[in-house]
Design a protein around this ligand. Structure first.
Ligand code: HEM
Length: 460
């Protein structure tokens, strides 16, 4: 495959190769129906960068780690979070951190960053573990007693939502509230991808699902509002993220956030941190139970490092296999499987012209499965993340948390949570796959497990 096209210096650059498609719809139908099978076939045929017809607009697919470096790091100001996907997300998050831009984004990121520093994670570990344990007791113990089939993909929302709410916002959610919030969130997140289409249609047009989407946002808003109120009344929450957000002032103006700004940041953290962690955990369990020898290795690691005691932050480096399991699940099924951007000015990449106004997709899913960076890429192999085997690998060959200045603020939080969950489950339960019930991937707004991840549990 060529790294760049050979052209005379100064001659106009060609566009990337265009994947043939239908007259009006372009490549949209195949993209919708075949998703990454289509994109992978296009990559093999046309190379690492190619142009797609997307109805009235066009997009450029980028499939190499060096493209991530270019778009997300070197020329980041030319590739903001524009285009229909982010417009759709804005209908939910307003101007929250994942979608804000420029100076405003920078100020908000500076304000939120301290909540994710190492010392904060150390301080949060106890509360995180307590919440994980409560969720295991509430939802996992009964199926472990009865041996009935158990869908872990259905159980993780309860756990990850409560972990997020307790650690970030202080106040917990009652089970019925958590369930209502998680149903509403599931609908919102599912609708977001379809919402891309809605962006190009007038708001008065009755689009299937739009009314329900708005209703779901109202539900989440109402629940978060109550949570904010409860957090206000609780004097023990002085070091919670919520407290930090409420009381931090803008370095230049000395002003505090308005209620609307606060709402947007809270919703944004909730959305960005909840669904991603939930699906990541479901996939980690899928792969572990599909290969029982890996479950055994995890158990041996946890037994040797911890015995029966609960892990602490200091134990995390002693659980490298657990971390590898998460990293590998995130490689094969990155919840944010593409990173959309919009080119502001004309640019050049690999000798091709990137015209201003083009939608850009950095395709993490394909980057994570490139045989030139990952040996036997389809195989689930947590040892690839050992220091020896990671040495020399391109630093953007693995980017489930994005990269550059917009990299996920919750990366270490999510990995710590994942390691704790794997350790606690290994200490308390044995999970085995149910023959014939293998999870199927669903390319929605995130990469979820269609029809669930079913296992049989037994107490240890
Ligand atoms: C396995 C779990 C997670 C995954 C895979 C994940 C993935 C990502 C990715 C790919 C981005 C960058 C998107 C882009 O550049 O277009 C991102 C941004 C972000 N994530 Fe996460 N995330 C996870 C967990 C979390 C958690 C737990 C939180 C918060 C508690 C969080 C909060 C955020 C925020 C606020 C941003 C926007 C950062 C900015 O633009 O400055 N994420 N995440």
């Amino acid at each position: 495959m060529l790294d760049s096209v050979a052209v005379n210096p100064g001659a106009p650059r060609p566009l990337p190769p265009r994947v043939p498609g239908l007259p009006w719809a372009g490549n949209l139908p195949r993209l919708i129906w075949q998703r990454f099978d289509f994109l992978e076939a296009a990559r093999r045929r046309y190379g690492d960068i190619f142009l797609l017809g997307l109805g009235p607009s066009q997009g450029i697919a980028l499939c190499h780690p060096r493209h991530a470096q270019h778009v997300l790091v070197d020329r980041v100001s030319n590739y903001p979070k524009g285009g229909p996907f982010w417009d759709s997300v804005r209908t939910l998050m307003g101007n929250g951190l994942p979608v804000s831009q420029g100076e405003y984004w920078m100020r908000q990121r500076r304000m939120l960053q301290p909540a994710f520093h190492r010392e904060r994670l150390v301080a949060l570990a106890g509360k995180m573990l307590e919440t994980i344990d409560e969720s295991l007791t509430a939802l996992w113990e009964k199926p472990a007693r009865t041996g009935e089939p158990f869908n872990v993909a259905d159980a993780f929302p309860h756990m990850t939502m409560n972990v997020l709410v307790r650690t970030m916002f202080g106040a917990g959610l009652a089970p019925a509230e958590a369930e209502r919030a998680s149903h509403a969130m599931a609908y919102i997140i599912d609708f977001m991808l379809r919402g891309m289409v809605a962006q190009s249609l007038p708001t008065w047009l009755p689009l299937p699902g739009r009314a329900r989407y708005r209703e779901a946002i109202r539900t989440v808003d109402a629940i978060l509002f109550q949570m904010l109120e409860r957090g206000d009344q609780d004097a023990t929450l002085e070091d919670s993220l919520l407290y930090l957000l409420r009381h931090s002032t803008d370095a230049e103006t000395g002003e505090r956030m308005t209620a609307k700004q606060l709402r947007d940041e809270v919703v944004a953290l909730f959305v960005a941190g909840y669904e991603t962690s939930t699906v990541a955990m479901a996939w980690a369990f899928h792969f572990l139970t599909q290969q029982p020898e890996l479950t055994e290795r995890l158990r041996a690691e946890v037994d040797a490092a911890l015995g029966a005691r609960a892990p602490s932050f200091a134990d995390l480096p002693r659980l490298p296999f657990a971390r590898g399991v998460l990293q590998e699940a995130l490689r094969l099924y990155p919840p944010a499987y593409w990173l959309p951007r919009l080119a502001v000015e004309d640019d050049e990449l690999d000798g091709y012209r990137i015209p201003a106004g083009t939608l850009i997709g950095v395709l993490s899913y394909l980057i994570h499965r490139r045989p030139d960076f990952w040996e036997s890429p389809e195989r689930f192999d947590p040892d690839r993340f050992s220091p020896e085997r990671s040495a020399g690998r391109h630093k953007h060959a693995w980017l489930p948390f994005g990269t550059g200045q917009r990299q996920c603020i919750g990366k270490e939080f999510a990995l710590m949570e994942g390691q704790f969950i794997l350790a606690r489950v290994a200490q308390r339960f044995r999970a085995t796959a149910i023959p014939g019930r293998v999870a199927q991937v669903h390319f929605g707004t995130t990469l979820s497990a269609r029809s669930g991840v079913w296992v049989r549990l037994a107490a240890r």
